[in-house]
Write a protein that binds this ligand. Structure first.
Ligand code: NDP
Length: 448
């Protein structure tokens, strides 16, 4: 049997109850055959087996008390997947869907994403099945403190550096950092990224994932003689990534006509008014349907049975920026029949493997998550650099570095695709470029 299939079969047996992790491993391994054929040393050193097994995975109890003095117990996780090229790095997700499979898929992807940034960071991920929706600030604070009471022993600015993800934004990072500082009795600013500007955060970190997605998209379109300006765009989600993807798309002259949250989507033929979205989501922590109540002419459509009506709207570009598996084969078909020309993955693994293959088959340009949403972690690494220099760069300086990093990432994906005659398959290009880097680092460091 083919080496990549052999490893996949064995992974399926060992992790049969982890569908998201298996999906992520399959997506990567299925593109690596040409590299493995060219480098027999990768098989001899069992690199695929080693790369698909985390270096460490911890799961822990998080007990906390709500405002009515009722005690709750959640489960916390941290997976330190691969530290070959730098300290472990990756976000924390607080969402009721979080389990070991989700954390492992995210940690696995993070290894490759971080390698693509060109910066010295290994891959990790963590989080909890805690649901922050509807909780008071005091409840969020008590949960974060309890979470850090265990997490602190596994992290450190040269060991493992968490950041935000779904459900973990500036507020949560603040509470987590405060508790870490209290426990350690030291100001180790580089232990967490996504911090507030008053205590070691970086300018442009908040904008970085969304802006970075558009920088990647700009390069991908340019390489295929297209341009963002004048295009109609759909953006799923209305969180950190979606909001700043929308902002940059609008700056580039695109017309964003739809956004969503986990309940439904809004359509505004005149173009989304981002200040209204920011007010609802960033300030009031409300629901997106309120947009249609405030902006005349806008229409709200509720999700039914897990469907995502946003993908049924006609557009040139789709930017899934909410969560995993939000575009399935049926939805990919709808998008293609409505004329979509490019898809940019702001979220992690938003497109199922069948949908990815369909897009590629139909000649739709696909900017893969590992590459296209790497701007967030890249800017987190720039935050770490500023923390260790005890100095801050201006917004423009950070943004310029981010733009350069995203341009380099696109070039690396394109170069790998070219080298292996893969045309515009940037999904495989990203996997190959990242795999090559991590493999070389692992081989150089011996069997550890
Ligand atoms: P936020 O929590 O800020 O926003 C998430 C958005 O997605 C919200 O609008 C949320 O809706 C929606 N959403 C979440 N879960 C679901 C679901 N199960 N079904 C439908 N909609 C859902 O998260 P981020 O913007 O930070 O993250 C979005 C994606 O981007 C994730 O996949 C994350 O891993 C990825 N990412 C984030 C980075 C970052 O820097 N923040 C970096 C790289 C990737 P609702 O409000 O209803 O929950």
């Amino acid at each position: 049997m083919e080496y990549t299939n052999e490893v996949l079969e064995s992974l399926k047996k060992k992790n049969s109850n982890e569908p998201e992790f298996l999906q992520a491993a399959n997506e990567v391994l299925s593109t690596l055959k040409p590299v493995i054929d060219r480098h027999p040393e990768y098989k001899e050193n069992a690199l695929l087996e080693r790369m698909t097994e985390p270096e460490r995975l911890v799961s822990f109890r998080v007990s906390w008390m709500d405002d009515n003095r009722k005690v709750h117990v959640n489960r916390g996780y941290r997976v330190q997947f691969n530290g070959a090229i730098g300290p472990y790095k990756g976000g924390l997700r607080f969402h009721p869907s979080v389990n070991q499979s989700i954390i492992k898929f995210l940690g696995f992807e993070q290894v490759f994403k971080n390698a693509l940034t060109g910066l010295p960071i290994g891959g990790a991920k963590g989080g909890s099945d805690f649901d922050p929706k509807g909780k008071s600030d005091a409840e969020i604070m008590r949960f974060c403190q309890s979470f850090m009471n265990e997490l602190y022993r596994h992290i450190g600015q040269d060991v493992d550096v968490p950041a935000g993800d779904i459900g973990v934004g500036a507020r949560e990072i603040g509470y987590l950092f405060g508790q870490y500082r209290k426990i350690r009795n030291a100001y180790e600013a580089g232990v967490l990224t996504g911090k507030g500007l008053e205590y070691g955060g970086s300018l442009a970190r908040k904008e970085a994932t969304g802006y970075g997605l558009l920088y990647f998209m700009r390069e991908m379109l340019k390489a295929n003689n297209m341009d963002i300006s004048g295009k109609t765009v759909l953006i799923s989600g209305s969180g950190n990534v979606a909001i700043y993807a929308c902002e940059k798309a609008q700056q580039y002259g695109a017309k964003v006509v739809a956004m969503s949250d986990s309940n439904g989507c809004i359509y505004d033929a005149n173009g989304i008014k981002l200040d209204v979205i920011k007010q609802i989501k960033e300030v009031e922590r409300g629901r997106i349907k309120e947009y249609a109540e405030r902006v005349s002419g806008a229409v709200y459509t509720e999700n039914v049975n897990g469907s995502h009506p946003i993908w049924n709207i006609k557009a040139d570009i789709a930017l899934p920026c909410a969560t995993q598996n939000e575009i399935n084969l049926e939805e990919a078909k709808l998008l293609v029949s409505n004329g979509v020309k490019a898809v940019g993955e702001g979220a992690n693994m938003p497109t199922t493997v069948e949908a990815i293959n369909y897009f590629l088959e139909k000649g739709v340009l696909l900017a893969p998550a590992k590459a296209a949403n790497a701007g967030g972690v890249a800017t987190s690494a720039l935050e770490m650099s500023q923390n260790s220099m005890r100095y801050s760069w201006t917004f423009e300086e950070v943004d310029e570095k981010l733009d350069k990093i995203m341009t380099n990432i696109f070039d690396a994906c394109q170069k790998a695709a070219k080298e292996y005659n893969l045309g515009t398959n940037y999904v495989a290009g990203a996997n190959i470029a990242a795999f090559d880097k991590v493999s070389k680092a692992m081989l150089a460091q011996g069997l550890i």
